[in-house]
Design a protein around this ligand. Structure first.
Ligand code: NCD
Length: 312
């Protein structure tokens, strides 16, 4: 039987509610134990990436193939379409939409996934778009796997203190994560970033509207002891308008072993990856380092999503 998400695009974190997330987590648990089936048999998914990707693209591809579907992929969409020859996103999306049953889209513009979906629908083409990270807008499938990982690590998603460290201004991962965390009760968000990289006003408004308890600070050492999760992100080099500002701010935070020792015993460190140098190498092999488990969870979570959106 088709799921109610069948044929729907996944554009923002706001496309999920708690019931749907619970359902996804149960299916992802299932896929950890039973990684293969045929629910995407005869389905082809186009991976249309205008920006580099390791985890998102490979985990989507692995997920499609384990479910019996096939993929067509490019990591260089920008080189043969809009950037190189002047083709619009809309024309490229219309073209590739004929070659598959769904499109997984990564793009450098914040609203690209929404525009792609709306353009196809305006042509009466109802093929789902998965936002695989657009500009500094959102990256919803990442934040679903982030929540799934937190739940596996700590056994719950309520009453937690999440310390998010780094470039909040440019990180689509942080935006999508904050939207999802805001759905759970007793969540305390501690945003740690340089003043210049504080999170946008729209996110502050969202947290206030939903009564999410949050604070902003520039000092990691002030909040690290309260963390259940320390979530690190890199400075998003490619999104800085001023390269000198990136150079000035890129080393703002480094999670050293001294700092990590101040974390509570059950607390864990996550990172969406890629990491640059914001985490000390001594920490990599400690049990609190959970970023690879996090990226591993991309496969079962994306299977669960693909099954709901495309599965027969
Ligand atoms: C993130 C992204 O692309 O936004 N990577 C990912 O998908 N895991 C994070 C980043 O690039 O910093």
């Amino acid at each position: 039987m088709r799921h109610k998400l069948y044929g729907q695009s996944i554009i923002w974190s706001q496309d999920f509610d708690k019931d749907l997330l619970d359902e996804l987590f149960v299916r992802a648990d299932h896929y950890k134990k039973h990684p293969r089936n045929h629910c995407l048999r005869n389905k082809r998914v186009i991976m249309f990436f205008y920006e580099p990707s390791t985890r998102t693209r490979f985990s989507f591809e692995a997920a499609v193939k384990d479910l019996g579907g096939s993929c067509q992929s490019t990591d260089h969409a920008g080189e043969f379409s809009s950037v190189a020859k002047g083709e619009s996103l809309e024309d490229s999306i219309r073209t590739v939409s004929a070659y598959g049953d769904a499109i997984v889209l990564r793009h450098f513009e914040d609203d690209a996934a929404m525009r792609a979906r709306d353009f196809l629908q305006s042509l009466d083409i109802w093929k789902p778009i998965f936002n695989a990270g657009c500009g500094k807008g959102q990256h919803p499938t990442q934040s679903v796997l982030d929540l799934y990982t937190i739940r596996l690590l700590l056994g719950r998603l309520e009453n937690l203190t999440i310390v998010i460290v780094g470039d909040h201004k440019h990180s689509r991962v942080v935006r999508s994560l904050v939207y999802l965390l805001g759905k759970y009760s007793g969540i305390r968000i501690r945003l740690v970033s340089p003043l210049e990289l504080f999170i946008g006003y729209d996110m502050l408004a969202y947290m206030r509207r939903h009564n999410v308890e949050f604070t902003e600070t520039t000092r990691l050492e002030d909040v690290i002891e309260s963390a259940d999760i320390v979530y690190m992100v890199r400075a998003q080099k490619e999104r800085f308008e001023d390269p000198a500002a990136y150079e000035r701010l890129k080393h703002s935070y480094r999670l050293t072993s001294d700092l990590a020792l101040r974390m509570r015993p059950h607390a864990r460190i996550m990172h969406p990856l890629p990491k640059v140098d914001e985490i000390d190498e001594n920490i990599y092999r400690l049990p609190l380092a959970k970023w690879f488990e996090q990226s591993d969870n991309g496969v079962p979570i994306r299977k669960a999503l693909l099954e709901m959106v495309l599965g027969e």
